[in-house]
Design a protein. Sequence first.
Length: 265
Amino acid sequence: MARSSDVLVIIPAHNEEGGILDVVEGVLAVRPAVDYVVVNDGSSDGTGRLCHDNGVNVIDLPTNLGLAGAFRTGMKYADRHGYRFAVQVDADGQHDPSVIPEMRERAIQGANIVLGTRALGEGRRMSMRALGSRLISAVMFLITGKHISDPTCGLRLFDAPIIADFARRSYFSPEPDTIAHLIRRGARVAEVKIPDLQRETGSSYLTLSRSVGYMARVLVSLLVFPRRDTKYDMSVSGGASAVVPAGDAASQGALTSRRRGGARG
């Protein structure tokens, strides 16, 4: 696959046949253009078939690995193809990809991680999830000294050194505990305001009970996340900081990619 951009959008998808093509279409409309890959996470519906029938750039996982495993698959793909930035976009249509150029610009200005936030400048509906997000934000501040307005928002950009870390470390996941770990290791974080969109098709995995369980697991993980000695050297100009990993062998593993069309479908 020929790389046509320095940005790769990673779209983990599990049973998202109702909206996956709309999400891909939205990514293709981004200007300047970006590359993308859908990671079909063992879907049991027509997600994979729709992607292949419509020439979508897709990686098919033979079984459901969950968000962390699917996202790491995308980060391995980004690392192997030499992308400078990788952006996580959910497959449920709740992320507006038009903000990706602004996120890229913030990274070029020096941020290693750029987080979408639905909480800057205006109030959000108060819910159990919003309350849990505020609690996670408070714990992250206690741990890192950095205030993250919306730590559970899934729209996130990572630069090349962190892409490489995700590709090699099996305990990394696109969750607040990993973000806090990276901040403690010196990663710079910026936030970009995004619209608070709602899912239009399908149903969310996070029911009330699962939301409470998720928040509890994240809070525990924030407190016990392994302290590894990865350091981020912020002296490198242009926001492309260097990573010096220690004592962690690269995790390889098979990556079966089935693609039709180029990097942008």
